[in-house]
Design a protein around this ligand. Structure first.
Ligand SMILES: Nc1nc2c(ncn2[C@@H]2O[C@@H]3COP(=O)(O)O[C@H]4[C@@H](O)[C@H](n5cnc6c(=O)[nH]c(N)nc65)O[C@@H]4COP(=O)(O)O[C@H]3[C@H]2O)c(=O)[nH]1
Length: 886
């Protein structure tokens, strides 16, 4: 993001914060608080002003009143002084007072003391009568003595021996007839006289009332109950300043014609008391209002802050959700419920969708938002989608569902839906699981089908068989199970390689499938085994045509690697319910029937009979017996002589194993060697044969017989076992026999399984000095080109080609070709199974080198063999008993 973008975001965030209540509320409250206090102080100031004005008005009014009172009193005093002056000047100092007294013109003596002073300052008369004293040095006397002011003089508060109380002297000058100073008349009165009009109700506890001389000296001043005088008063800004520093509202006004001022003062607290009360109330109100405001604001802030916090949580969650859902592989659809007038939910409206939802629906988010579910997908009501959302709404929790989508509105085949109820709606999270479903289907197919042929495998066959049995059980029908094993497949597989074997299986599988009716099943059971499940009445006749078609189809030649190969099949059939009530039994019995078909020459079909179980039982018994036969020494070796066709001499023997079964008598290798191979016991058995044959041959040689080469059969599993070379070496070492007298016979199929490894192993054996021959040559599909690389010395023509020599030109041709081929490869040729003279003649005439067969001798015991060999020069009687016991 660039700088401009960042700033915009920052500004937007701060604007958003500013609009947030928990930010604006305290600011607003603060403003309100300031307003409350500003208004309060303003009102207080106004009230104070108002109170002051009221005080000033009161003061003015009181001043006026007091002034009038004092003026009246002073008028009265001045009148008295004038009358007195007149009387003295007319009647003389001694006659004036009595005359005035008679005329009732003297003021009451209780309040006023009237005195006459002569020019020498001696009081000559007084009313009430008082001591005659000299006032010559008093200021009021001197004032009049020195000037004729014609006015009344008001002294400071004084006291003297004539009047020991403090009192004010109001004086006037007396003149004689010549106008010279003749003394003074005095009216004395208590200073309190002028402050007696003090009203507590109006002036308060500390109000002031008094008289102040023009000289600034207080003549009388009452503050509350206290009377004072004599102190100096100054004025400043209309405020009277007293030395005591009493704070008050005061006013002073000069009296007309007298050097006096009236002074009125109001106790500051008195006129302002109302204001103070109001101020306190106002402050309290403001404080309470502020407290309430702060408290309410705090509450609201807390509430709003929590709200903002949870909104921030929600917003962050929404942002996270939006970010997550935008990047999600799942489609998100947020839907709100739509209710009808009755309050029932009738639909859902899409209010949000992410990018994946846009892709999945092919509609932009703008188009999706506002659409209703049923408007967008009318099928939602009938296909259960609406019901699913309703179910989630009613029951809460997360509801999941998978379904195969058929709606054209959604671009996916398989969908997984998660519905989460939210407030007033649901969130649907939809995932396209088509690929997973496809993979699952593929896995399921793989788990139940054979990868090579694509046919159902063993697991699926068993499942289907059980299912078919259950259906047949209910319907009273029958199920035919046919077990099919290919005859000769092993030869193709070993001879032409696995790829050819695989190709053959595929062709055969396809052919079998082509033979079936609808409802029938063919599956590959494993290896070259197939199973058919046929529905039908259970009568052999019903299934016979199908089975016959299958048999014939398999029989048709298959072209592999440019070579036509023919295999057949042996079929065993078991029928439900007669031959078994469950899948396992039916398969086992069909298998037994198949073995019967094999026994009967292969390429045929057999239905199961109870006697067939004997075959299985025999197999099981034999397996059981094989496990202990070796330990209990139940095996023995016979030796069949190999004869040189040119001179008829015995040059070697083939060791052939026999099993002397304690119960079943002598058992031939054809019956137990395959079982030993299957069970792995062939390794131990083969080792025993090898060691016994070597020991026997060495025993013969030690006994003086002409040396023979002993041939030992090596089965496929034995040959492939990693320890073969080691075992051979051990057998030679243990017996002491020279390696040149041992030959291993290996079938061509064994070599062709893994040509490279087989050749390497043969080379190892050959390097030890041991000979190798290929057994049963001609029956497999060995590559003739590979033959020349085999380190072998002999080819053995299989007895099946020898049997018809002299009768079958084909077999004769094969036999002579093998002989010719072997000779060209510098190999010797031996023919086995030579029973007739005719066969021997043919072979000898066609250059075959050696033979073995009943014509010369059957496989015989070591003792019997001695009778067939030329006797040794010495110790012949001993030799006849020579037999190796292992
Ligand atoms: N019809 C007829 N048969 C003749 C004639 N001459 C010999 N035979 C039989 O032909 C078989 C020759 O052995 P093979 O082909 O290696 O076939 C052997 C060999 O593949 C296997 N076998 C025998 N002994 C051993 C053994 O010790 N180890 C292994 N791995 N396989 C063995 O068992 C097979 C069968 O052995 P046998 O029953 O002993 O059967 C022997 C022998 O008795 C004849 O003129 N006419």
């Amino acid at each position: 993001m660039n700088n401009g973008g960042k700033q915009d975001t920052l500004r937007a965030r701060w604007m958003r914060r500013g609009l947030d209540t928990h930010f604006s509320l305290p600011l607003f409250a603060l403003l309100l608080l300031v307003a409350i206090w500003v208004v309060s102080f303003h009102e207080i100031d106004a009230e104070r002003e108002h109170a002051r004005e009221a005080a000033a008005d009161t003061l003015r009014e009181m001043l006026g009143t007091y002034e009038a009172q004092v003026a009246r009193s002073l008028d009265g005093i001045d009148q008295t002084l004038r009358v007195l002056k007149y009387a003295v000047e007319r009647k003389g100092a001694l006659g004036a007072l009595p005359e005035l007294g008679r005329e009732g013109l003297l003021p009451p003596g209780v309040v006023f003391v009237v005195s006459i002073v002569d020019r020498n300052g001696i009081t000559v008369a007084s009313n009430p009568r008082a001591l005659s004293i000299s006032v010559a040095d008093q200021s009021y006397f001197k004032f009049h003595q020195e000037r004729d002011s014609g006015s009344t003089y008001v002294s400071h508060a004084l006291r003297d021996v004539a009047n020991t109380e403090w009192h004010l002297h109001f004086t006037r000058r007396l003149d004689d007839d010549d106008g010279n100073f003749a003394g003074i008349v005095i009216v004395e009165t208590d200073p309190a006289y002028f402050t007696s009009s003090y009203e507590r109700s109006r002036l308060g506890e500390h109000g002031m009332l008094g008289l102040v001389g023009a000289d600034g000296v207080v003549r009388a001043l009452r503050i509350g109950d206290q009377l004072t005088f004599g102190q100096h008063v100054t004025t400043q800004d209309d405020l009277v300043k007293l030395p005591e520093g009493v704070r008050n509202y005061s006013g002073m006004r000069p009296l007309h014609g007298v050097p006096l001022n009236v002074l009125v003062g109001l106790d500051e607290n008195e006129p302002m008391a109302g204001f103070e009360r109001m101020r306190r109330e106002k402050l309290w109100e403001s404080a309470i209002a502020s407290t309430v405001l702060v408290f309410v604001t705090a509450l609201l802030w807390l509430w709003s802050w929590q709200g903002a916090r949870s909104r921030a949580h929600v917003r962050r969650a929404q942002e996270t959700y939006a970010a997550a859902s935008a990047a999600s592989l799942d489609a998100f659809l947020v839907m709100r419920e739509v209710r009808d007038a009755a309050g029932d939910i009738v639909d859902f409206v899409i209010v949000d969708a992410n990018q994946r939802a846009e892709e999945m629906t092919g509609h932009s988010k703008q188009e999706l938002c506002g659409m209703t579910l049923c408007g967008f997908m009318p099928q939602a009501r009938s296909n259960g989608m609406f019901g699913h959302l309703m179910h989630a709404m009613r029951h809460g929790g997360v509801h999941e569902q998978e379904w195969e989508n058929t709606l054209p509105q959604i671009r996916a085949r398989w969908l997984h839906q998660q519905v989460v109820p939210v407030e007033n709606g649901v969130v649907a999270i939809i995932r396209d699981i088509s690929e997973r479903k496809l993979a699952e289907a593929r896995m399921l197919h793989l788990a139940h089908h054979d990868t090579l042929t694509g046919l159902p495998n063993r697991i699926l066959i068993a499942d289907r068989l059980e299912l078919t049995i259950a259906q047949a059980q209910r319907s009273g029908g029958a199920v035919l199970v046919a077990f099919i094993d290919l005859d000769g497949f092993k030869l193709v597989n070993d001879g032409l390689g696995h790829n050819a074997g695989d190709e053959l299986l595929k062709v055969v599988a396809a052919r079998m499938e082509g033979c079936l009716r609808a409802g029938d099943t063919v599956g590959r059971f494993g290896g070259d085994e197939f199973v058919l499940l046929l529905n039908g009445s259970g009568r052999a006749g019903d299934a016979a045509p199908v089975l016959e078609r299958v048999r014939e189809a398999v029989l048709r030649p298959v072209s592999l690697n440019g070579q036509d190969v023919q295999v057949s099949c042996s079929i065993g059939v078991a029928v439900y319910p007669g031959d078994g009530g469950d899948a396992e039994t039916l398969l086992m019995h069909a298998d037994a029937a198949m073995y019967r078909a094999k026994d009967l020459g292969k390429n045929n079909c057999q239905f199961y009979t109870s006697e067939m179980n004997a075959h299985i039982e025999e197999k099981l018994t034999m397996l059981e017996g094989l496990r202990c036969a070796l330990d209990e020494g139940q095996f023995r070796l016979l030796y069949q002589p190999k004869v040189d066709l040119r001179d008829g001499s015995v040059f070697g023997v083939e060791a052939l194993v026999r099993w002397d079964h304690p119960q079943h008598g002598v058992i031939g290798p054809d019956r137990f060697i395959p079982l030993a191979e299957e069970s792995g016991m062939i390794i131990a058995l083969g080792d025993w044969v090898l060691r016994t044959a070597c020991l026997q041959n060495q025993a013969w040689q030690r006994a003086g017989l002409a040396p023979l080469r002993v041939s030992v059969n090596v089965s496929p599993r034995q040959f492939e076992e990693s320890g073969l070379v080691q075992r051979v070496a051990q057998a030679l070492q243990d017996s002491g026999m020279a390696p040149e007298w041992l030959e291993l016979e290996v079938t061509e199929g064994v070599i062709m399984r893994d040509l490279q490894q087989a050749v390497a192993k043969m080379a190892e054996v050959r390097a030890m000095g041991v000979s190798l021959s290929i057994d049963d040559f001609g029956t497999g599909y060995s590559s003739l080109s590979a033959l020349k690389s085999f380190p072998i010395s002999t080819l053995k023509i299989d007895k099946s080609f020898v049997r018809d020599l002299g009768r079958s030109s084909g077999d004769e041709a094969i036999a002579s070709s093998i002989i010719g081929l072997a000779h060209r490869l510098k190999l010797r040729v031996i023919a086995e199974g030579v029973e007739t003279e005719q066969q021997r003649s043919f072979l000898r005439d066609n250059g075959c080198d050696e033979m073995q067969g009943y014509l010369f001798s059957r496989p015989v015991s070591p003792e019997q063999l001695l009778t067939l060999l030329p006797p040794p020069v010495t110790a012949a009687p001993v030799l006849r008993r020579l037999r190796v016991v292992t």
